[in-house]
Design a protein around this ligand. Structure first.
Ligand code: DAT
Ligand code: MG
Length: 154
């Protein structure tokens, strides 16, 4: 099973959309394995967004991500990286498909509500930046037999 790090960004917290984000991921059948509220500092943001630190938008991104607490979540599911990216929508909400979180609920690229890991490797890396092992939960989800074929449940 893949893991993805989801961050309900400061705009999601301020606009009261954290529940909506959780609802969409839960409804898909994904498993929540960790969740907490946190304020992010420069150090953790530079690690998390390592690929972007040299880019022109980084200063604004960092300032925004520090502007209020965020909700950090780890989710698990079969090939969940791709399905979550589809649910989240394109980086620029004005190009994000209707029905996606960004397509339905956001308009500015720098205020796009949510972070979701973009590869299996980044999912593992990002979950381990924000969560200790003891904060992640391994439990049976009884509906799995109604969501997955046997080979997908491994
Ligand atoms: P995503 O969050 O879809 O994975 P990304 O990794 O390319 O997108 O960029 C990280 C975040 O940086 C993105 O969610 C919003 C911000 N960002 C990206 N490109 C931007 C731009 N051209 N102007 C302003 N902010 C941008
Ligand atoms: Mg990204």
């Amino acid at each position: 099973m893949e893991r993805t790090l989801i961050i309900a960004k400061p705009d999601a917290v301020q606009r009261g959309l954290v529940g909506e984000i959780i609802k969409r991921l839960e409804s898909k059948g994904l498993k929540l394995i960790g969740m907490k509220m946190s304020g992010l500092d420069e150090t953790v943001l530079r690690t998390h967004y390592a690929e972007h630190v040299e880019k022109s938008f980084y200063t604004g991104l960092e300032q925004f991500m520090k502007s209020s607490p965020v909700v950090l979540m780890a989710w698990e599911g079969f090939e969940c990286i791709d399905s979550v990216r589809t649910i989240v929508g394109a980086t620029n909400p004005r190009q994000a498909a209707p029905g996606s979180i960004r397509g339905d609920l956001a308009i500015g690229v720098g205020r796009n509500l949510i972070h979701a890991s973009d590869s299996k490797a980044n999912g593992e890396r990002e979950v381990s930046i924000f969560f200790e092992n003891k904060e992640l939960f391994d439990y049976d989800k009884s509906e799995y037999m109604h969501l997955y074929e046997d080979f997908e449940r491994k």
